[in-house]
Design a protein around this ligand. Structure first.
Ligand SMILES: Cc1cc2nc3c(=O)[nH]c(=O)nc-3n(C[C@H](O)[C@H](O)[C@H](O)COP(=O)(O)OP(=O)(O)OC[C@H]3O[C@@H](n4cnc5c(N)ncnc54)[C@H](O)[C@@H]3O)c2cc1C
Length: 524
């Protein structure tokens, strides 16, 4: 049904006849599926991950051909990982060697989503025996054109969650693929993968948002059926979802507004959103009590499956540790830029849903970012918020939380500036700094989204979902972010979480405490 509805068009760039023009809009389609069933969303959206390297580095005719294949319903898998090497792509052993005006593939990719079902697989292969940064290349392999004797799909792996997905692998033994299968230049494979991951990691955050929507929906329904008063846990969970949602929205719009900063933004988004949603689901479990443990066909019976399914999102496409390591490597640059106001227009474009997004420029992606404008401009935003409190638009209580956030963010940047970069193994303390960085980013995303969208109509225009203009959501999100940062907030500020819980359990349910609400994926 999703194929018939044309969901795959959202994996194909607009210039190639698809509907991928705005990465936020297309990702919200995936979220609309994920909020019903995460496994289906993961299995379907995988084609975007498989194709993205071709969109970034493929030749024009290769791009046009792949666009047609995807729009005709063909699946594309992405084969990076190997059995013995996890996320260490430099260690990959599968080789591609020139042979009789073709390439000969030998080796295995394992734990690959849709390796069996997909007609096409984008494979990372070693093209120089020495390996290294220029030792790998990408190939778009058409399985239908291979001899059956020179390749084989590996058995489906039994997994803890997403059991309905085809998690398998593929083995090549002298498989000949045509020269036209090469994606981009020989030896540039790792560079293309690292740039592709900046897009896919950002898009994957909507899988977690869908899971959060689903979990909150189950919890809100459950709470309504209870005689007891609404639990604050529901409010905390709603606030976590708001932080995750704000991060994802700003990150997805940043693909257009700040492509050169995506090496930081994607790492923050993928490092933060899935773990925030794991935390959210972990909080809802005790709220649901025994029903969270029962796998029956009742509305609550889906919770245990959801919890199992979601575990994978923090793991694949760059685990939390891998994303945080990518962020840590950029700490020295990030420390320098704090407080320098720049690119005000582009920041507004990343956060204001009414402002048109610039066309995505793949050539602007960088492996290392010149900074992070969202956080660098936080002091400037706080100065603006003072004015909004003076004019009565922002309660003083919320301004106080925003000022506390800025102090915590400034202190973090001072620590980053004093850090001695690790030469070999990254110390555990640096990962704790990365988590703090993510939380500051998420809270700053909330502040920017509120400030830039507070005049937009909420849920009136189905083409352009407006953000909530009130400050209860903002206050709740800031309270939870500050607590996770280890900052004490007043008991009074905590009552905003009761308000979020009341709204979530009331009419409109969990959508009433979502930034984009019921409009998510309404086109679908
Ligand atoms: C259901 C499922 C579907 C998948 N689908 C695909 C797919 O379609 N295509 C594909 O190519 N792969 C796929 N994978 C593979 C997946 O991307 C890898 O398993 C993933 O990158 C994590 O690697 P790892 O945990 O196996 O090993 P490793 O990355 O080696 O991790 C081992 C341990 O080291 C830690 N670690 C790793 N790197 C660092 C670091 N830099 N700093 C600190 N600690 C670190 C990890 O946190 C972990 O504790 C899939 C995996 C699963 C389970």
């Amino acid at each position: 049904m999703l194929d018939e509805l044309g969901l795959a068009d959202h994996y194909v760039p607009g210039r190639l006849g698809g509907k991928l023009v705005d990465h936020l809009g297309s990702s919200l389609m995936i979220r609309a599926v994920a909020r019903r069933d995460l496994t289906v969303a993961i299995a379907h959206a995988k084609t975007f991950l498989g194709a993205v390297s071709v969109w970034l580095a493929g030749g024009e005719s290769q791009c046009r051909w792949l666009a047609r294949e995807i729009r005709d319903g063909r699946l594309v898998a992405w084969g990076l990982t190997e059995r013995d090497h996890g996320s260490d792509l430099f260690a990959c052993e599968l080789t591609a060697t020139p042979h009789d005006e073709a390439w000969r593939l030998d080796g295995e990719k394992w734990l690959i989503n849709n390796a069996t079902r997909a007609e096409l697989v984008c494979i990372l292969a070693r093209t120089s025996p020495r390996g290294g940064p220029l030792g790998f290349s990408l190939f778009l392999v058409d399985k239908r054109r291979l001899e059956s004797s020179d390749h084989g799909c590996l058995p489906k792996v039994r997994t803890h969650g997403i059991r309905g997905a085809d998690i398998s692998g593929i083995r090549f033994t002298g498989a000949a693929v045509p020269v036209g299968a090469l994606v981009g230049d020989i030896g540039r494979g790792l560079y293309v993968v690292l740039e592709s991951l900046q897009l896919t990691r950002t898009v994957c955050t909507v899988l977690s948002l869908g899971a959060a929507d689903h979990g909150l929906r189950i919890a809100a329904q459950f709470t309504r059926g209870q005689a007891r008063s609404t639990s604050r846990i529901l409010g905390e969970a709603a606030a976590l979802r708001l932080l995750a949602e704000a991060t994802a929205i700003v990150a997805l719009r940043s693909i257009h507004a700040f492509p050169e900063e995506m090496s930081v933004i994607a790492a923050v988004a993928k490092g933060f959103v899935p773990t925030a949603v794991d935390l959210l689901l972990g909080r809802l479990g005790p709220l649901l009590g025994a029903v969270a443990f029962v796998a029956d066909r009742s509305p609550h019976g889906a919770f245990e499956k959801l919890e199992r399914d979601h575990r994978i999102v923090a793991l694949f496409d760059g685990s939390t540790a891998v994303c945080q390591a990518a962020l840590i490597a950029q700490f020295p640059t990030l420390a320098e830029g704090y407080g320098t106001a720049a690119a005000r227009d582009r920041l507004a474009s990343a956060s204001c849903l009414a402002s048109p997004l610039p066309e995505f420029d793949p050539a602007a992606l960088r492996l290392s970012s010149p900074g992070c404008t969202l956080l660098a401009a936080l002091p400037e935003l706080i100065a603006e918020l003072h004015g909004l409190t003076a004019s009565g638009e922002l309660p003083g209580r919320v301004l106080a939380l925003a000022i506390t956030l800025e102090s915590a963010t400034a202190a973090l940047h001072r620590e980053l500036g004093a850090l001695v970069p690790a030469v070999r193994q990254i110390p555990t303390a640096h990962f704790a700094l990365a988590r703090r960085y993510e939380l500051c980013f998420a809270a700053a995303a909330c502040l920017n989204l509120w400030a830039r969208n507070r005049h937009l109509p909420w849920a009136r225009n189905r083409q352009l979902p407006g953000l909530r203009s009130d400050t209860a959501w903002l206050e709740g999100a800031l309270v939870v972010a500050l607590r996770l940062l280890g900052v004490r907030v007043t008991a009074e500020a905590g009552t905003s979480l009761d308000e979020l819980a009341r709204r979530a359990a009331g009419p409109g349910g969990e959508a009433a405490v979502s930034l984009l609400g019921a409009n998510v994926g309404s086109e679908l």
